[in-house]
Ligand binder design. Structure first.
Ligand code: SF4
Length: 435
């Protein structure tokens, strides 16, 4: 069968994996980042953002492809809310959750209520079949496009999946809901084979993905530092340490041996999801870590000569001015090498989405007009905090970065864009919560 997989904007690992699964099942598969699809091809869309459901180009593509008689199936992280995908895009079916095994049966046998792990419309009524069992972690090589070397996702050609699941329960995150809280790791020899294949296709740098890299090899809630260190060492043997990164690590999932290996076998960066300088907000977020743990983790990384980036979330429902000031103080104290700021975005089927439904608009910072320092800019409270924190962070980097007019306008545009996207996502979630 002729199959085109659309992964909008970037080749995600999930799209490449599904491509590999279908290729090994004997189908002719093309992977594309742009919505141009031959009429005679089955179209699989791998969608990872709520914004994709609202994107006019994607909506048009589904409609026109189906009008031309083509089949359209949607999978990826958006499938956590199958009714929403069916309601917004009306594809032939949604592959719900881990789709490696379901997708083969779907393209070969078609839509059926006997097929677990899918959702479809039956006379306009959504039908969601029982969940498919978790997919095997021993699976085919991904379909790696020849231009993978041109892609840069935070500096990496690709984030390869070494394990699934996360022990965390952060309210804003989909990972533990999609993959579960138990860690399932891939065999090391299969990962190495995959790293070699990526390298042969021109990948210049590979990153470890899976929520928290150092959970690789964990079993029964016990971390296995040796497994993680072996993983980094093996990746570095193929790519060279300057071309491997494993940035995403929880502050409570580090040790001296883990940080030593990150220093020895990777580019030497750690990326902590710090989120807030207020313990109260960290508790609201279900982060499972305290500000004190953040401070200690950053200090420990520095002792190992690592560079540390941190991400922060502002405008979480319930965040007060005092909480926000605590976040600014923490950024000043940590002097991080890089800082990423985002406004709290409710992702469907997460506890934050439920909270957004329960929070009245006049109490939700994503909708409340800002009346403070930036009132002349007509921002919402979360947009104002996002904008302000981006500029604030620049004052405390080890390397001074001047906030020029251009930087100011870039930050302002970014804060506004995030605000628009979050309001659109919230409206969507509210609409389906009421349905
Ligand atoms: S630690 Fe990271 S991957 Fe795990 S739940 Fe929290 S944000 Fe998600």
């Amino acid at each position: 069968m002729e199959i085109t997989i659309l992964s909008p904007g970037i080749y995600t690992y999930g799209a490449m994996l599904i491509g590999g699964v279908l290729r090994d099942a004997g189908h002719r598969v093309t992977l594309t980042r742009t919505p141009a699809v031959p009429a005679d091809s089955v179209l699989l869309m791998s969608l990872f953002s709520t914004q994709h459901l609202l994107d006019p180009a994607i909506r048009d593509l589904v409609r026109t492809h189906r009008e031309r008689g083509g089949l359209v199936y949607v999978g990826g992280p958006v499938s956590a809310a199958p009714e929403m995908v069916l309601g917004e895009l009306a594809p032939d079916a949604v592959v719900v959750g881990e789709g490696e095994e379901t997708v083969i049966r779907l393209v070969e046998e078609g839509v059926s209520d006997a097929l677990p792990g899918i959702a479809f419309l039956d006379a306009g009524r959504p039908v969601v079949t029982p969940p498919a069992p978790p997919a095997s972690m021993d699976r085919p090589l991904p379909l790696i496009p020849d231009d993978i070397g041109n892609q840069s996702v935070r500096g990496a050609s690709a984030y390869i999946e070494t394990h699934r699941g996360c022990i965390g329960g952060c309210t804003f995150c989909q990972v533990p809901r999609f993959f579960g809280r138990a860690i399932r790791s891939r065999p090391l020899d299969r990962i190495v084979e995959e790293v070699k294949a990526f390298s042969a296709h021109g990948a210049t740098r590979l990153s470890v993905s899976g929520g928290t890299g150092s959970l690789y090899g964990s079993t029964g809630g016990e971390m296995n530092p040796e497994a993680f260190i072996g993983l980094l060492r093996s990746m570095a043997e193929v790519m060279g340490p300057k071309n491997v990164s494993s940035p995403d690590i929880r502050v409570d999932c580090i040790s001296d041996e883990i940080l030593g290996a990150v220093r020895q076998y990777t580019i030497g960066w750690v990326f902590f999801g710090i989120e807030s300088g207020s313990d109260r907000v960290l508790r609201l977020m279900g982060k499972g870590a305290t500000v004190r743990q953040v401070e200690e983790a950053v200090e420990r990384c520095r002792e190992h000569g690592l560079r540390v980036a941190g991400s922060f979330i502002v405008g979480y429902p319930g965040e007060t001015e005092r909480d926000y000031e605590a976040t600014k103080d923490l950024i000043a104290a940590l002097s991080l090498d890089d800082v990423f700021v985002s406004s709290a975005e409710p992702i469907p089927a997460t506890p934050l989405a439920d909270l957004a439904v329960r929070t009245p608009r006049d109490k939700n910072p994503a909708f409340v007009p800002h009346t403070g320092e930036y009132r002349a800019l007509s921002l919402t409270e979360s947009e104002a905090r996002c904008f302000d924190l981006m500029m604030h962070a620049d004052l405390f980097r080890p390397q001074l970065r001047l906030v020029t007019d251009e930087v100011y306008n870039t930050y302002l545009a970014e804060a506004r864009k995030q605000g628009r996207d979050i309001r659109a996502a919230t409206e969507l979630i509210l609409r389906y919560a009421r349905a």
